[in-house]
Design a protein around this ligand. Structure first.
Ligand SMILES: NC(=O)C1=CN([C@@H]2O[C@H](COP(=O)(O)OP(=O)(O)OC[C@H]3O[C@@H](n4cnc5c(N)ncnc54)[C@H](O)[C@@H]3O)[C@@H](O)[C@H]2O)C=CC1
Ligand SMILES: O=C(O)[C@@H]1CCC=N1
Length: 271
């Protein structure tokens, strides 16, 4: 069949669909279940995919299901779909933060092939990255299918130990927000130094774009790129020293740890 059902057509599902439709898969092979009328209509209009307010309708039409609902409603959604899952044995791809493959397997009735995926919002512009973990029932061809699906959003990284998926969520799933926070702070700091809001915004945002491209396109690491900007006793040196003295690295480590802990809590709270 090779059809894909998206259960939940919110932000993340829309980003993935937007990456899949121009060229990678036929729009007619995508079926989206989404309760909000306006979101459903927009998906049909923008991408030409099949839409339905009913999860079972989409699920019946596909042999791969992408679970794109919030962790808080995932159990209820899976339990309602378990009779169909047990009958047709689709490949399950869940993007829900914190929810384990064992929980999904239990809610879907058992013996399911499940990939837990953690994408991020730069998927919207094809520059996302997704961490992937497959349970033991996922065979090689299903791994390839999942990778093809998520490569529509950018790069993919397979993780061997599911316990580390909370770390993936904490680094790259939530990570775009850390960079956006940095952008906000850099703009505000520029304004505090006397720049107009417009000038400060363009300077901060474009700097982050340029630095991001250098990180991904050059063959040296972040530390070396940083050294190359830093003239002896110059302006960058003054700023980096200030960051280090204020405990920047420890600050980032604590924030990432807080996100990872929250991932684990989501799993426990929604079991
Ligand atoms: N936003 C992000 O950066 C990332 C989010 N995620 C995960 O993706 C999932 C979705 O997140 P978003 O797209 O940001 O949220 P969202 O709220 O935009 O999307 C969820 C969608 O599910 C729909 N929905 C609610 N109840 C439903 C039901 N019973 N059946 C079918 N659909 C239902 C909602 O109407 C909504 O459109 C979450 O589990 C989140 O943990 C994963 C990676 C990154
Ligand atoms: O904040 C969240 O819980 C989701 C998961 C990763 C990004 N957004």
């Amino acid at each position: 069949m090779d059809n894909i059902a998206f259960i939940g057509g919110g932000n993340m599902a829309r980003s993935l669909i937007g990456g899949l439709v121009p060229g990678r898969v036929a729009a007619a092979s995508l079926h989206v279940a989404e309760p909000v009328d306006a979101l459903r209509d927009a998906l049909a209009r923008d991408f030409g995919v099949h839409v339905s307010p009913d999860n079972a309708t989409a699920a019946r039409a596909a042999d791969t299901w992408v679970l794109g609902v919030k962790p808080q409603v995932l159990r209820e959604v899976c339990e309602a779909l378990s009779p169909i899952a047990q009958g047709s044995r689709p490949l399950i791809v869940s993007i829900a933060a914190g929810i384990t493959t064992a929980q999904l397997d239990r809610w879907l009735g058992g013996r399911m092939a499940i990939v837990r995926a953690m994408p991020n919002t730069p998927a919207l512009v094809g520059a996302g990255v997704t961490g992937l973990f497959a349970n033991a029932r996922v065979h090689a061809q299903q791994r390839e299918r999942t990778q093809h699906l998520l490569n529509a959003a950018g790069r993919t990284v397979w993780i061997d130990d599911e316990a580390r998926m909370d770390a993936v969520t904490a680094v790259s799933g939530s990570g775009p927000a850390y960079v956006f926070l940095l952008a906000e702070a850099m703009q505000a700091a520029g304004e505090a130094e006397g720049l107009s809001p417009d000038a400060a915004r363009v300077l901060a945002y474009q700097t982050i774009l340029g630095a991001g491209r250098m990180l991904c396109e050059s063959d040296v690491d972040a530390a070396e790129l940083r050294r190359r900007v830093t003239s002896p006793n110059g302006t960058t040196h003054a700023a980096v020293q200030s960051f280090e003295a204020d405990g920047f690295r420890a600050l980032v480590q604590r924030a990432v740890h807080a996100a990872a802990v929250r991932g684990k809590e989501l799993s426990d709270a929604n079991d």
